[in-house]
Design a protein. Structure first.
Length: 277
């Protein structure tokens, strides 16, 4: 395409740089990208740094529980700041439409697959090399089966709740999601009771089985706890703030992906820990 400034008004030609040309009386950059190709980044926010600091304090709480006094309010404040981020469309114009948030969730879940694979692989190695026969007799298979059933039912409830929101039935959505909330708390209660029973039988983090069991199930329990907190925020933003609707349900869908992943991970843990001898 040739550059011809003669057809442009004199006033416009004076403001056109060498890197631009005139097209239909408007100054267009030489690379052919107009204002519609501009990307507007969100305003800087300290919220991710605050959440990272709270996460660090949470890890330090494993060494000293007093760090929880700082971890909980810092994490709560940072999370509150992050959930109020404005929405921005950062997708490239030359790619098919793709939700950045959903893509980010899949990347996050892929990293979680690697994380839990290492935990499960380590547990399998120690189980094959040391047997864990005595500890296997202490574990309660019926109790673990109930917990597994609770998580499976909760995944079904998430699907039904999302369908209700897409159908703009907020009452049914609320009921299903409250059921998920109750089921998630129930699973955590079952896990806490099982930990209590194991400690009552002398299984502590000081022995090999205790370390492998508490670390593996403990990290999964933290993920369930995170999902319960996330769901509480989703319910608040839907029922009180009216953020999620039949036309804007991506946030609920992302929560569903996370919750299904947590469910699948527990099924793998249940198989390795309780069923494989």
């Amino acid at each position: 395409m040739t550059t011809d400034l003669s057809v442009a008004p004199d006033e416009l030609q004076e403001h056109v740089s060498e890197d631009e040309f005139i097209e239909n009386g408007h100054a267009i950059p030489a690379d052919g990208h107009g204002p519609e190709h501009e990307i507007h980044l969100p305003q800087p926010s300290p919220a991710p740094i605050i959440v990272a600091g709270g996460s660090l304090l949470l890890l330090l709480a494993l060494l000293n529980p007093l760090f929880l006094l700082g971890a909980i309010p810092v994490l709560a404040y940072g999370t509150w700041r992050m959930i109020h981020f404005p929405e921005f469309d950062l997708s490239a114009k030359w790619l098919p439409p793709l939700s950045d948030r959903k893509f980010g969730m899949w990347v996050f879940l892929a990293s979680e697959v690697m994380f839990f694979s290492s935990l499960i692989g380590g547990f399998i190695y120690f189980k094959l090399s040391h047997g864990f026969e005595e500890a296997q007799e202490i574990l309660s298979l019926p109790l673990a089966t109930v917990g597994t059933s609770v998580l499976i039912v909760s995944s079904f409830a998430v699907v039904m709740g999302l369908e209700a929101l897409q159908a703009d039935d907020r009452r049914v959505f609320r009921n299903w999601m409250l059921a998920v909330l109750v089921l998630g708390v129930t699973f955590l209660g079952i896990q806490a009771f099982e930990w209590y029973e194991l400690m009552h039988h002398g299984v502590t983090a000081g022995d090999l089985f205790g370390t492998a069991f508490y670390v593996t199930t403990g990290f999964h329990g933290l993920h369930v706890l995170g999902g319960v907190i996330w769901l509480a925020i989703v319910l608040y933003r839907t029922l009180v703030e009216g953020v999620y609707t039949a036309k804007n349900y991506l946030g609920v869908e992302l929560f569903g992906l996370y919750w299904h992943f947590v469910d699948v991970v527990w099924i793998a843990l249940f198989t390795v820990i309780y069923l494989v001898h």
